[in-house]
Design a protein. Sequence first.
Length: 320
Amino acid sequence: MKAAVLNNFKSDLEIKEIDIPKITDDEVLIKVTYAAVNPLDNLIKDGALNIITPYKLPLILGNELVGVITSIGKNVKKFKVGDRVYAMCEKAFAEYVAINHKYIAKVPEYLKDDEAACVPLASLTFLQAIKIMNAKNENSIFISGASGSFGNLALPLAKEFKIYASGNANFKQKALELGVCEYFTKSDDYTKIKVDFVIDCIGGNETFKQFKILNKGGKLVSLKGMPDIKFAKSLKLSKLKQILFYFAGLKLNNAAKKVGCEYHFMFVNKNGEELKQISSMLDNIKYRPSVGEIFSLNDINQALKSVKNNNKIGKVLIRL
């Protein structure tokens, strides 16, 4: 099979012919139809996440896919050959992927394969952020940078909450159609609002700015801020890394304490049961994610650059 392999950090991926993976008793083999390209892939490619999760090279890149099961291990009972499934998983930029059955879920029937490939990573991120916040349906949430692939899934899934959002001007109309109470572009000042929770998709100085809009007792969950001691302990990292992350997140935790709130850094985890829950939610609302540019596997490096430029609406995909 063909796969996109990272041989050296910060270098282009190489398309290689390698053996189709053999599955264990708890795995399924998926013939991939589409893989999604995410900012996460560029972070891994550039070595930016090695302090959190050291990646060993060579590495097949890719973290999100849809495809059809072609074989199953003897312990797999809830899936069968021919099932159309999607997953957040490693090594997605390949024609076949072996994955533990506990990380996959069946695709809602109404979704096309390209649409389904847009779902796992962003929707799992949203669901896990909501669990960290322990948000209830009467709560208000501000999502910064909502015009990206995360917001494209988070906004339709967040209809039970009172949602405020910021992002590119060309996404404003769609955001309002998805039920956002108020949408802020770069020229707008969102600090006049007050909310219970924030999902920060921007990071940097913007994270500190967002503490100003939190009600007392609120939580800010950041996808782009600095990891902190709570995050290090949750991953059971070494004592040295816990100390490093304590200081890395100190300013953010202090800023949160000043306004009587909490700061949380999150790194999404693969989870088939949660993805099954998302499939049910999508089936109820029949939402179709926005598909952006579609590349072949041979053009994977161009696709990664397109995601890094971040100048278009819709998920960048690889068709296999």
